[in-house]
Each structure stands twice: as C-alpha cells, then as structure tokens.
Write a protein that binds this ligand. Structure first.
Ligand code: FES
Length: 126
C-alpha cells in the first residue's frame, strides 16, 4: 500500500475546564477534524490523504493544534474557518501559512513563553 501523501493529525484532546494547559477541543465535538475530512473530500483527495483524531500533541498552549506529516508542518490556533485555505494552499499548493505556523522556538520547548505555569511556580518565579 502506498504511503499517505498527507496525514493530518488533529488534536481533539478534552480536558476539564480550568486546566492550566487548556485543551484543543473543550466541547469534544471534533469539529476541526470533521472540517478537514469535508475539505479533503471537496478538494478531490482520495485515500492517500487522511485526517485523524489525535490525543494531545503537547502543543496545548498553541492549540487547537494540527500537524501534517510527512511534511512535519505544525499549525496552531487553527479554527474551522482556516481549514479550506489549509487544504487549498498547504495540502494542494505546498505553501506554508505563516500566520498559523507554530514557531520553531516554541515547538516542543518546555520553556516556551506561551506555556502557562502552575500558580505556585509562577508565584515563586519558576
Ligand atoms: S490538548 Fe491539543 S496539543 Fe495538547
């Protein structure tokens, strides 16, 4: 079986309200993943492009988070209304959308300034 040309992992992690890291899908509706499925179909992609529900991708503070493999493109703060241009411009056109891109110095960086610290750590300056 040939490899996927685009495998899109859409964080649908749900956490309790008030969790210090937040979560990508507070309502648990998977609306973002459904939008990707719908737009991939509209764009005429066959079985080699797929949008999958994912658990936490560890970029919570930048969420809702999406990663596209094998290209390794990480997008954050993705909204349903962004999905058509992601499919048209990134998936079809190969263009990186800089307004959605998670910065290299934030990606997988535990010291990313966007990460919320627990109140006790923040109080102590940690
Ligand atoms: S909850 Fe989505 S990246 Fe962590």
């Amino acid at each position: 079986m040939p490899a996927f040309t685009h495998h899109i992992f859409v964080c649908g992690n749900v956490r309790s309200p008030g969790h210090r890291r937040g979560c990508c899908d507070p309502g648990g509706q998977q609306a973002l993943r459904e939008a990707f499925k719908r737009e991939l179909k509209r764009a005429g992609f066959g079985p080699l492009a797929r949008a999958n529900h994912a658990g936490c991708l560890e970029q919570c503070e930048h969420g809702p988070t999406v990663v596209i493999y094998p290209q390794g493109i990480w997008y954050g703060r993705v909204q349903v209304e962004d999905v058509p241009r992601i499919v048209d411009r990134t998936i079809l056109g190969g263009e990186i959308l800089n307004d959605l891109l998670i910065a290299d110095d934030c990606l997988n960086n535990p010291d990313c300034p966007h990460r919320r610290k627990p109140a006790a750590e923040a109080r102590d300056g940690a």
